[in-house]
Ligand binder design. Sequence first.
Ligand SMILES: [Fe+2]
Length: 344
Amino acid sequence: MIFRQLFDSESSTYTYLLASRRGGEALIVDPVLEKVDRYLQLLQELDLKLVKAVDTHVHADHITGLGELRDRTKCITVMGEQSGVDVVSMRVSEGDRIDIEGLALDVMYTPGHTDDSYSFLMGDRVFTGDTLLIRGTGRTDFQNGSAAAQYDSIFNKLLKLPDETLVYPAHDYKGDMVSTIAEERDHNPRLQVPSEAAYVEIMENLNLSNPKMMDVAVPANLNIGLRQDDLERMGLSLSCGDAVSQLGDPSLILVDLRDDSERTKNGVIPGSVHAPYSDLDENINPGGMLHELAKSTERRLVFYCAFGERSAMAVDAALSAGIDDACHISGGMDAWKAAQGPLA
Ligand SMILES: [Fe+2]
């Protein structure tokens, strides 16, 4: 396995790059905007293809690299379902899995620092975001934070993991890089409390000043969505209403770009073919399944995904691959469900 812990000294943020092998797919956790060039260089040096970029929560102390990485690598952006970001490609919740080739992250909802804070368990290690830090815990006094929720997340979820589980946080201000669950249970000063009330008492009396980047970072991080209006202007976007009324039209091929886990959880549009976004390149280029299907049947490819982000990128890719007739369902499955479109 390739595992890299990268550091942004401005915000003291740790970013993690994961892959199962050289030449394979990679995933990045909590990337920082200013470090994107460095990540891209490392990905190239290790011959990795970035397929997913994940944030543990909406950060207040740095601007996320998610949007920039998506624009430059066409990767899928992933956050928890509670995140107030305008658009991410894929939203996860407790019990989901985030898969890439050869690796999987188990999704744990661990609110408290913010109401959209998640931790991700990968075998012997857990990425705890700002929920559990090394000898500390993330502040709970803004972004819908809750000390009581954090107590529950830490004591009833994270500390229930095996003792030897490695703890990789999103930040460290002292130079520590990794800890374990047992070590934090025994030595984290904030966790030496007899009750939830005692923990809340500690957290409510920290008297911290706001992070210096907060006024810039939070609004920027809430607006990382891909602009989909260009496609609309070019007539390459179908509204959900139009898509519902054209369902069953033999001149269209509906293409679902989502992962298996999303299809199981949210259902599929009847009659659609499944071609996951991670395989888009091979499917869309000459010789690929979608390319040949579109060319031989002269039907229009209609892409859809969860929120319209992957499908918008797929329309671009289809046009670049020489397919002239492709469009997407704007707003994706989220909008489809809101419009009460039928599900299979
Ligand atoms: Fe944070």
